[in-house]
Design a protein around this ligand. Sequence first.
Ligand SMILES: Cc1cc2nc3c(=O)[nH]c(=O)nc-3n(C[C@H](O)[C@H](O)[C@H](O)COP(=O)(O)OP(=O)(O)OC[C@H]3O[C@@H](n4cnc5c(N)ncnc54)[C@H](O)[C@@H]3O)c2cc1C
Length: 550
Amino acid sequence: MDQTHEVINQSAPLSGYNLFTTNRPLRDALAFHSPGHDDAPLRALGETAGAAEMQQHARLANVHAPLLHSHDRFGRRVDQVEFHPSYHALMSAAVRHGLHGSAWAGGPGAHMERAAGFMLFTELEASVLCPVSMTYAVTPALRGNAPVFSEWFPRLTSTGYDPRLVPAAQKAGVTMGMGMTEKQGGSDVRANTTQATFEETTPWGRRYRLVGHKWFFSAPMCDAFLVLAQAPAGLSCFFLPRVLPDGAMNALRIQRLKDKLGNKANASSEVEFAGAQAWLVGEEGRGVPQILEMGTLTRLDCALGTTGLMRQALVLALNHASQRKAFGYRLLEHPLMRNVLADLALESEAAVALSLRLARAFDRQDDAHEALMRRVLTPVAKYWICKRGSMFSQEAMECLGGNGYVEEGGEGVMARIYREMPLNSIWEGAGNIMALDLLRALKKRDDRGQDVAAALAAELDPARGSQPGYDRLVASLLTRIDDGVEETEARRLAQDVALAVQAAMLRRHAPDFVFEAFCASRLGGDWGHAFGTLPLASNFDGIIARAMPY
Ligand SMILES: Cc1cc2nc3c(=O)[nH]c(=O)nc-3n(C[C@H](O)[C@H](O)[C@H](O)COP(=O)(O)OP(=O)(O)OC[C@H]3O[C@@H](n4cnc5c(N)ncnc54)[C@H](O)[C@@H]3O)c2cc1C
C-alpha cells in the first residue's frame, strides 16, 4: 500500500529561463528610453537570475538566516555576522553584474541599465539587494568628503565582491550602508540623540567621536556607513568605517539582529557607537540634505525592487494558471481568472513604466527638466508602486490557491515575495512621508524659475487627446496643484500623479490595448476595488499574451 495515489495536475516550477528576454514590457520600455542600447549585459543577467542554481542559492540564503556573533567564546567582542555561503554567492553575482556603485563609473545609459538589472535581480532574491542598493546610493553622497571619496570610489564601483572584514585599502571591492533611524524617531531624524564630538583633523578631514545608537542598521557587515549624529552646529553626516585605516576595529557594537517578517537573507541590526571614529561628510549642521542625497537613490530602488517583485509574482501566477486545471479547463482559460491575470499584468507593466521613467531622470543628471522630474517622481513612484505591491502579491498568491501560501523550506517563492512586499513601503520613508515630500517638491523652482508643476504639465502633455479619462485626470490634476493641496489630501495627489505618469508612459511604449485598458479601469472608473475587475471590453488575450514569460 505504498502507492496511494499519483501526483497529477500540479504545476512544474518556473526555472532555467531568461528573465530579461522573456519580459516584453521591460524590453519595450527600455527600447523607448534608451534606443539602441546594447542589451547583452541584461541578457546575461537575465540568464543568471533565472538559473536553477541561483534559485537554490536564493532559497538557502533565506532559510539559513544570518547569525550574529557579538563575542567570541572567550568573551571578547567580535561583532560579526555570519552568512550562509549562498548569501555570498548572490552578493557576488549582484556585484559582478554592476548593480551596486558601478553605474557611477559607467557611460550614458548606465543608470537605466542598472535599474533594469536591479529589477531582474529582485525577481531572484530581494533581500541581498539591501547593501547593494545602499552602495549604489552612497557613491554620489560621499563626494561630500573628497579625500574619502577619491580613496573609496574605485572600490565602490569595482565588480569584485570581497566580504572580508579588513581595511578597505586591502580590498578589491567594498559595500556601504546607512544609519539614520533611532529608537525615538525614524521619519523625524531631527530627534537623533547620537552625539558627535570633534577630535582632530586627519588626511580624511575632520574626525569626530560618536556616542549613541541606531535602532535600525541594515547590513552591518558593510565596510562603512553614512550616519547622522548631533555635532555642535546641528545634525551632521559622518563616514563611519567598520575597520579603521590602521586595521583596528571601530567601536561599533552590534547589539542584536532584528527578527523580521521577511527580508530574511539580509541582516538588519541594532547598534551602539561606543566612541566610534567617524569623519564629517559635507558641512557640520547640514547632515539631513547630505544623507538625503543617498536616500533619494534608495527610494528609487524601493520602486524598482517592488516592480521586480510584482513581475516575479505575476509570472509565477501565469506559470501556474497555464498548467493547473479546474472544472475541466486550465485556470488560464477561465474568463474570470483571465480578468485577474490581465489586471495584474496591467499593474505590473504600469509599475515598469513609472520605474523606468524615474530611472531615466537619474541618467540625465545635467538636464533641467529631468532634474525636476527626479524631484517629483521619486516620492510619487516610491509611494504608489510600493503601496500597490502588497495588494498585488496577495492576489498573485491567490492564483496559486493553497500552494501559494506554503513555504516548504523556502521553495514557496510567492510566500517570500508576500513577506518582502511591505518593507519597501516602510523603509526609506513610509507612505505618508513620501506623500508629504511630494507637496514639498511641488513648491520647488529651479535656477531658471521653472517649477515642478510646469515640468509635470510638459511631461503629461504629449499623451493628451488620446483618451477621455486621461484628459480629465490631467486637467483636474493641474488645477488642483495650481489651487494648492491640503496636507490631508497628499496621498490622493501622489496616487493621481503616479497614475497620470503611468498612463502617459504606456501611451508611448505599450500597445494601444494596454493603454486603453489601463485608462478605462484606473482613470475612467470602470473598475472595482479588487484586481480582476477590468471592463468587459478589455483585450484580455492581448494583455495576457504580452505578459507571459514563455
Ligand atoms: C527591515 C528594516 C530595515 C531598516 N534598515 C534601516 C537602515 O539600514 N538604516 C536606517 O536608518 N533605517 C532603517 N530602517 C528604518 C526605517 O527607515 C524606518 O523604520 C522608517 O523610516 C520609519 O521610521 P520609524 O520606524 O521611526 O516610524 P515613525 O517615524 O514613527 O513613523 C510611523 C508612521 O507615522 C507616519 N508619520 C511620521 N511622520 C508623519 C507626519 N508628519 N504626518 C503623517 N504621518 C507621519 C509614517 O509614515 C509611518 O507610517 C529599517 C526598517 C526596517 C523595517
